[in-house]
Design a protein around this ligand. Structure first.
Ligand SMILES: C[S@@+](CC[C@H](N)C(=O)[O-])C[C@H]1O[C@@H](n2cnc3c(N)ncnc32)[C@H](O)[C@@H]1O
Length: 391
């Protein structure tokens, strides 16, 4: 392909993105030779560094792969994307998933589609990404963001506790990789009306998805003292759990607590000043975990994810809370070391075979440079396994 042909391609409307301020194809001689040598699905080395500010796409000529094109995103789009959510540990996710260009991948926590875009950038036109999120807002945002890949994506609003069922309903029997990036997105936290943040005034809601009945309001105003204390202690790991639970029970005798501000005021009444922010965060997190049944859903999702993997397929989980990380670690260990026969027995009668191989002996954490740019990365812990046998 010549430079002129490349430039002609640039003008073809079908390669233009709605989100791009301009599209450019690398047309220098050096870039051209790289483009020519790019094989389907492989990143062009001279463009790969720019991936966070744009999108790579395959150029097809007469049905054949002819090179890579690159969309530079407008600064407005870039601001919107990072306002929504900045994905963490992207390079580690890609390397632990060991993305096969023609493979099928599931992002079970699609959010703003940041990880999904990075995976799609590694796929050829045969590759597919199934995106799942329980939050319809996230799906709408991600669908728009990933519109360049519309022939390669299938997006579904669902709870990831049904991950394998959703994959099968969509007509896929097994997949090459699954990603679960747990918790809430920055966009969810920053939305006043959803009540996730103690820094924002809003109703006590905290539901991640549509169709959920239990709200933060119900937990705060209806749960008994003992239940509240248990949640704060167990999910929030909060040492003032009892005092805060009692303060809530007393406050709601006068009138129900309706807003995040009212809940914060009650917490502040019983917790010393210098601990307040951390305590507020722990109490809000505990209520969120309860409202969304997060641990039970994770337990189910881990099982479903391993079940739907092909042999050699990989599961990557990023958690932000010690309970999620412990649950994931424990689950992986049980599958990797299913036999608990005493080691001194000469023959193992149980004949249990490992279903997975653990790829991360210790959790992978974000490097300081990433944490400096994205404070959310501070608590991120990534664990990964490869499927070796049936569950
Ligand atoms: C941390 S964000 C994911 C961000 C995403 N990786 C990205 O790059 O933008 C977590 C997402 O998982 C979704 N989520 C949490 N629990 C879920 C569940 N049980 N089922 C489906 N989605 C869930 C949330 O709605 C949220 O959008």
């Amino acid at each position: 392909m010549t430079t002129t042909e490349l430039l002609a391609l640039k003008n073809r409307r079908k390669y233009w993105s709605k989100q791009a301020s301009w599209a450019h194809l690398a047309v220098s001689e050096m870039a051209l030779s790289r483009l020519r040598s790019t094989v389907p699905g492989e990143r062009s080395p001279n463009l790969s560094r720019e991936i966070s500010t744009g999108m790579l796409f395959d150029i097809q000529l007469n049905g054949k792969f002819a090179g890579k094109g690159y969309f530079q995103l407008s600064s407005r789009t870039l601001n919107n994307l990072s306002d929504y959510h900045v994905p963490v540990l992207v390079e580690s996710v890609l390397s632990y998933l060991r993305v096969n260009p023609s493979g099928i991948y599931v992002d079970g926590t699609l959010g703003g589609g940041g990880h999904a875009a990075a995976i799609l950038n590694r796929l050829s036109l045969e590759g597919k990404l199934i995106g799942i999120d329980r939050d319809p807002d996230a799906l709408a945002f991600a669908r728009n963001r990933l519109s360049n890949f519309s022939s390669q994506i299938v997006l579904r609003q669902a709870n990831f506790e049904r991950l394998a069922d959703v994959v099968k309903e969509l007509g896929f029997s097994s997949v090459d990789g699954v990603l679960l990036d747990l918790g809430v997105s920055s966009h969810q936290i920053d939305s006043d009306q959803r009540g996730f943040s103690f820094l924002r005034s809003g109703p006590l809601d905290m539901r991640m998805g549509s169709g959920q009945k239990l709200r933060a309001y119900d937990v705060v105003n209806r749960y008994e003292y003992k239940e509240l204390k248990r949640i704060f202690k167990f999910y929030g790991e909060e040492r003032h759990a009892g005092r805060i639970a009692l303060a809530i029970v007393n406050a709601r005798k006068e009138k129900p607590l309706e807003t995040t501000d009212e809940l914060v005021a009650v917490i502040d009444r019983v917790v010393p000043g210098h601990f307040r922010n951390k305590t507020r965060a722990r109490i809000f997190q505990a209520i969120r975990i309860e409202v969304n049944g997060e641990l039970a859903h994770l337990q189910a999702a881990l099982k479903q994810a391993v079940a739907v993997l092909k042999p050699g397929g990989r599961l990557v989980v990023i958690s932000y809370h010690s309970l999620e990380d412990r649950l994931t670690k424990q689950f992986f260990k049980t599958l990797a070391e299913p036999c608990d026969c005493p080691p001194e027995w000469p023959i193992c009668p149980c004949d249990e075979k490992p279903a997975v191989k653990i790829l991360t002996r210790h959790p992978v954490t974000a490097p300081p440079e990433e944490i400096a740019q994205n404070s959310r990365a501070r608590s991120a812990k990534l664990r990964a396994v490869e499927k070796t046998g049936e569950l």
